[in-house]
Ligand binder design. Structure first.
Ligand code: FE
Length: 234
């Protein structure tokens, strides 16, 4: 990791296998948190306070179905922080972003790129200076998000990944919202070569995604209504 100003932390929830990312500018003392999990809001807030950072945004890559977001709870603990999600997600937040927007924290910035397909509101956050991107559930390591619930659509997902993620330089590092095998990071080049689904043609991909026969997500009936309101019912 280059630059004295930079802070990067990958945090984990072992129930939903969710990765939460803390990105910060140490000199400006400003940070953002991507995909926080409700049960870890205290943990995340403690790290942020101990590192003497101000949390500018508690943000999501999409409206999750497998865990409740920590953004609402974090706002209660860290009152200066604002929740952020894409406008297309349909969830409530203080700040709505859309494709092409830039999210600034200190001297750094993330670019918002719409990558629908797992849900309509899925976005990927690209950190150009650091040559990395946070893909949410759009692209997972050697996998991708499900397309059999919420507004899932395999054709849309396939095009989103090829157009907006596989078009990044091969060495860009990719950080997903989940991994179920303990792998923490991948790269564009690696996924273009080895992703067992996205290396296939569109027709084959659609066929794979329509025949996964996965169980109904355990948390969906609780998580989606809660995530519509930042995870906290007032
Ligand atoms: Fe998801």
């Amino acid at each position: 990791m280059t630059g004295k100003r930079l802070l990067f932390r990958q945090l984990f929830d072992n129930i939903s296998c969710t990765y939460t990312y803390l990105l910060g500018d140490i000199l400006a003392k400003e940070a953002v948190l991507i995909d926080p999990v409700l049960e870890h809001a205290e943990r995340d807030a403690r790290i942020i306070k101990e590192l003497n950072l101000n949390l500018k945004y508690a943000m999501n890559t999409h409206m999750h179905a497998d865990h409740v977001t920590g953004t609402g709870q974090l706002k209660k603990i860290l009152p200066n922080c604002k929740s952020l999600i894409s406008k297309e997600s349909g969830a409530k937040a203080d700040v709505y972003v859309t494709s092409g927007d830039v999210i600034k924290f200190g001297n750094h910035q993330l670019e918002v790129v719409a990558t629908p397909g797992h849900t309509n509101g899925c976005v990927t956050y690209i950190w150009r200076d650091q040559e990395m991107a946070f893909t949410g559930d759009t692209l997972l390591i050697r996998g991708c998000g499900r397309t059999d619930f919420q507004e899932g659509d395999p054709t849309t997902l396939y095009h989103s990944i090829h157009k907006n993620i596989f078009s990044l330089p091969d060495h860009y590092l990719l950080y997903p919202a989940h991994d179920y095998k303990g792998v923490m990071c991948t790269s564009v080049g690696e996924e273009k070569l080895y992703n067992p689904r996205l290396t296939k043609s569109l027709d084959e991909f659609v066929d794979i995604m329509k025949n996964l026969n996965l169980p109904y997500p355990k948390m969906i009936d609780k998580a989606v209504p809660a995530n519509k309101v930042c995870g906290v019912f007032d």
